[in-house]
Design a protein around this ligand. Structure first.
Ligand code: AMP
Ligand code: GLY
Length: 421
C-alpha cells in the first residue's frame, strides 16, 4: 500500500517513522516533508494549500491512504475536497474541524452541553469588549476566533495589555475579526489528552504534557511547544473517566446532533485544577511535540490503527504501549518564537546516537546541496525513552550537545515537574 502524509513538522516526521515499521507499506510520500522525511520516505515538493495539487499528487503516486497532519488543511476542508477520489483519508472533515477552526464554535458547544470550560463572553467590537474588561478581574484571556498558528491567545495581566490585544485582533492581525472571545483565566496544570474516533467508537490514546512557554520555568512567550513528556503526571483512571464523560463524549454527541461525524485524532487541551478537568481548546489533530513523544511508545502497528479508523473498525483494535517514560526536547532557531535566522547549516547530525530509545525527528529542516539547513523556528526534536524521565532527559540533552548547533537553543528543564533531581 502507498501512504501519503501531509505536513512538514516534527509530528509528521514521527508519523513517517512509525509507519516505516509497518510491513504492509510499499511507499511513503511526505508532502512536502523535510530533510528527515527525505531519508525515510519520498518528499513531494507541493504546495499543500493548493488542494488540487494534493489531489494530483495522490492520483499520480497511486496513494491509497492519505494522512493529514496539520490543522490548516483540515480546517480548510481538504478531507471534503478529496472525498470523490476514493482514497482513504485520515482526519476530520471541514464541519468537524470547526472544533479547532473556531474557538467560538467550541465555546458555544461547551455552553450547550455543559462541558466544563472557562467562563466566557463573545463581543463584536472594541468598545463593547473594553467596557466588559473594565468590570472584570485580572488576569484575563483574550482570543481571536480562528486559526492563528498558536499566536491568537493573549493572557493579559493588566488593562493596557488587554486593550492592546483587543486592538490587534480587531485590526485584523489574525485575519478579519467579526468576533472576539474573552475568557476567565484558569489556573491549574495543563495536560494534552488524545482520543481516536471513527465516528462509532472512541478510544483513548496516550497522554502527554507539553511545555508551551519559550523560557525555562515555563516563562516567556507562548510557542508551538518546546518539549513534552509522556505519560502525563496527572492522569489516572478517575480523571480519565471525568474527561471522557464530561468533555469528550458530550462534544461528539453534540456534533452528531448537528449531523457532523468526527473521524480522526481529537486532542483536548485541558487545564486540571483540583483533579477536575476544564477544556481550554480542541485541536483536530495530534499535538506537536506530543506526537513525537508518544508514537515511539506505540507497540501496535500505526497503519492498522489509522486504517481501522477510516474503515470504522476502531472497536476491533487494541492499542499496546511500551511502558517507558518518553521525553522530547525541541531544538529551536535562536530568536524563536519571534524572528529567527534561517538557512543555517546543521553539521554533526551523523554523530548523534540513534537507537530504538533515542530518536531525532526533523521539523524545520531542508536538504540543500547535500547539506541539512534550518528553515523553521522549531528545527529538530530529540526524543528519548528510558525507565525514568531523568534518564530520558539526560540522553536527549547528550545528543543535543553532540550536535552542538550554534544557531539554536533549547530548554534544559523539560519535564521538571516529573524530575526532581
Ligand atoms: P490555546 O491556543 O487556546 O491552547 O491557548 C494557548 C495557551 O494559552 C494554552 O495552552 C494555555 O497555556 C493558555 N490559555 C488559553 N486559554 C486559557 C485560559 N482560559 N486560562 C488560562 N490559560 C489559558
Ligand atoms: N503542542 C501543542 C499543539 O500541538 O498545539
Amino acid at each position: 500500500m502507498n501512504v501519503g502524509i501531509i505536513g512538514s513538522g516534527g509530528r509528521e516526521s514521527s508519523i513517517c517513522f512509525s509507519l516505516k515499521r509497518s510491513k504492509k507499506i510499499k511507499n511513503i510520500f511526505a508532502m512536502p516533508g523535510n530533510a528527515g522525511t527525505a531519508l525515510i520516505s519520498k518528499n513531494l515538493d507541493i504546495n499543500i494549500d493548493n488542494f488540487q495539487e494534493v489531489k494530483d499528487a495522490v492520483k499520480n503516486n497511486k496513494i491509497d491512504l492519505l494522512i493529514v497532519g496539520p490543522e490548516k488543511p483540515l480546517v480548510n476542508g481538504i478531507v471534503d475536497f478529496l472525498n470523490d477520489t476514493g482514497v482513504k483519508i485520515f482526519g476530520p472533515n471541514k464541519a468537524a474541524s470547526q472544533l479547532e477552526g473556531s474557538k467560538i464554535f467550541t465555546k458555544k458547544l461547551c455552553e450547550k452541553y455543559k462541558i466544563p470550560t472557562a467562563k466566557f463572553g463573545i463581543f463584536q467590537n472594541s468598545d463593547e469588549t473594553i467596557k466588559f474588561i473594565d468590570k472584570t478581574n485580572l488576569p484575563i484571556v483574550i482570543k481571536a476566533d480562528g486559526l492563528a498558528a498558536g499566536k491568537g491567545v493573549y493572557i493579559c495581566e493588566n488593562k493596557d495589555e488587554a486593550r492592546n490585544a483587543i486592538d490587534e485582533i480587531f485590526r485584523g492581525k489574525f485575519g478579519f475579526a467579526k468576533n472576539i472571545l474573552v475568557e476567565e483565566f484558569l489556573d491549574g496544570e495543563e495536560m494534552s489528552f488524545f482520543v481516536l474516533t471513527d465516528g462509532v467508537s472512541i478510544k483513548c490514546f496516550e497522554t502527554a504534557q507539553d511545555h508551551k512557554r519559550v523560557n525555562e520555568g515555563d516563562k516567556g512567550k507562548n510557542t508551538g511547544g518546546m518539549g513534552a513528556y509522556s505519560p502525563s503526571r496527572l492522569i489516572n483512571k478517575d480523571l480519565e473517566e471525568k474527561i471522557l464523560y464530561q468533555i469528550i463524549n458530550p462534544t461528539l454527541k453534540g456534533l452528531k446532533e448537528m449531523q457532523i461525524e468526527y473521524n480522526g485524532f481529537l486532542y483536548a487541551g485541558l487545564m486540571i485544577k483540583n483533579d477536575e478537568p476544564y477544556l481550554i481548546e480542541y485541536n483536530v489533530r495530534m499535538g506537536d511535540p506530543e506526537c513525537q513523544t508518544i508514537l515511539p511508545k506505540l507497540k501496535t502497528d500505526l497503519l492498522e490503527i489509522l486504517l481501522s479508523c477510516c474503515d470504522k473498525k476502531l472497536s476491533k483494535i487494541n492499542f499496546e504501549w511500551y511502558q517507558k517514560k518518553s521525553l522530547s526536547i525541541v531544538l529551536c532557531s535562536n530568536g524563536y518564537p519571534d524572528n529567527y535566522k534561517k538557512n543555517s547549516v546543521i553539521k554533526n547530525i551523523k554523530n548523534i546516537k540513534i537507537d530504538e530509545n533515542n530518536l531525532c525527528f526533523h521539523a524545520g529542516t531542508k536538504l540543500k546541496d547535500g547539506k541539512i539547513i534550518s528553515v523553521g523556528g522549531r528545527v529538530l526534536n530529540f526524543v528519548s525513552m528510558a525507565e525514568s524521565f531523568f534518564e530520558a532527559r539526560k540522553n536527549a540533552i547528550q545528543n543535543i550537545e553532540i550536535l552542538n548547533w550554534q544557531d539554536g537553543f533549547y530548554r534544559k528543564d523539560i519535564g521538571y515537574k516529573v524530575i526532581n533531581k
